[in-house]
Design a protein around this ligand. Structure first.
Ligand SMILES: Nc1ncnc2c1ncn2[C@@H]1O[C@H](COP(=O)(O)OP(=O)(O)OP(=O)(O)O)[C@@H](O)[C@H]1O
Ligand SMILES: [Mg+2]
Length: 345
């Protein structure tokens, strides 16, 4: 049912609300068929960016492109995008069938064709046979799937989703994440997805644009964001990490044996799972006091104190070679120098 897919581009887009700068020279290039997530803390400008792309808001300056068309001055219905909102507003007085048929009727698609396309869209979100129900007679997850079917039924080349799963409980959210991944494969549509949930972003996306204060801090694949964060903000936002400052006068980084390169490094990020007690040849290592040990199911998390007094977290899998450390003991802990990531701001 794949019809087309379109690249999407933001070119130097700014949006001001009075004194508030919601987007600040925002640049982003999304390839046709790519699944890109805008991720960032509350207020970072994610919804503003999506609304400007959808046509519900206009940029103060800059331009947005869908395909090779500048769409900044087109109304939403001329942009050919599908959209799922956080508060999946279905029409309560209409059946599931009529809800999903709505975008096709707006486009004046022929009656006979509508029936088939709605049936296929409902089948795709595994709601075949639910056409006659009213939204009130569905569970939250089913309603969200109807909203998804309505967004894709007209086969838009671009699909936008704003926090569309965050209202759901964990299990349902994971099911729908799978559904969305499957739909993306099946339709080949370009997807721009907005969430503040990093786990969701890491699982779903081809690339993630991590935002802060109306700008992009890093636009990269999930693994690159996790393994090679460029700044303290990114390292801290994605996953958990130890951020070891370079210039607080205590010499923590030097004490770990790390030689820093010539660029002005601000801090070093060392993921808790990169620290280990079973040392490998060539590891940098130090004596650590184990201050606390917590059992987390598959992993054991320890709080360590370095000789310079710096507190680090270590995460070890329980299937590792050594029994868990005990609180109060001193133990040798190491890591590969390459796993310490220099942060430049
Ligand atoms: N209509 C408006 N009038 C004034 N300020 C606004 C308006 N819409 C958004 N803002 C401001 O712009 C900034 C970005 O808001 P936006 O809704 O894009 O954030 P967000 O990243 O989607 O956040 P959240 O994760 O909370 O949904 C915020 O400071 C917000 O208060
Ligand atoms: Mg938002």
């Amino acid at each position: 049912m794949s019809q087309g897919r379109a690249p999407v581009r933001f070119e130097n887009v700014s949006r001001r609300f009075g004194d508030v700068v919601a987007l600040d020279g925002f640049d982003l290039e999304i390839a046709a068929g790519e699944f890109v997530t805008l991720l960032g803390p509350s207020g970072s400008g994610k919804t503003t960016a999506l609304n400007i792309l959808a046509g519900f808001d206009r940029a103060t300056s800059g331009e947005v492109f869908i395909g090779d068309r500048a769409v900044g001055s087109l109304p939403p219905e001329k942009r050919n995008v599908g959209m799922v909102f956080q508060s999946f507003a279905l029409f309560p007085h209409m059946s599931v069938f009529d809800n999903v048929a709505f975008p096709l009727r707006m486009r004046k698609v022929a009656r006979q064709e509508i029936a088939g396309r709605v049936a296929r869209a409902l089948e795709m979100v595994r709601l075949g046979g639910y056409g006659d129900r009213r939204p009130a007679a569905l569970s939250g997850g089913q309603r969200q799937r109807v909203a998804l079917a309505r967004a894709v039924v007209a086969e838009p080349p671009v699909l936008l989703m704003d926090e569309s799963l965050s209202a759901l409980d964990l299990k349902l959210r994971e099911d729908l994440q799978e559904e969305i991944r499957r739909l993306h494969h099946q339709l080949g549509t370009t997807v721009v997805f907005v969430t503040h949930d990093q786990g969701e972003a890491l699982t779903l996306s081809d690339r993630i644009a991590l935002m802060n204060r109306g700008r992009i801090c890093q636009f990269d694949t999930p693994t690159a964001l996790y393994d090679r964060p460029v700044s303290r903000f990114v390292a801290d936002f994605i996953g958990r990490t130890n951020i070891i400052p370079v210039d607080d006068g205590a010499g923590h980084v030097a004490a770990l044996g790390l030689a820093l390169d010539a660029r002005p490094v601000n801090a070093v990020s060392l993921r808790p799972e990169k620290l280990r007690r079973a040392l490998h040849a060539g590891d940098l290592s130090f004596d650590a006091v184990v201050e606390d040990v917590a059992f987390h199911g598959a992993t054991v998390e320890s709080r360590l104190r370095s000789p310079t007094g710096f507190v680090l977290r270590m995460s070890e899998t329980r299937s590792g070679p050594l029994p868990p450390p005990s609180s109060g003991e001193t133990t040798r802990v190491g890591f590969a120098a390459g796993d310490a990531v220099p942060l430049f701001d």
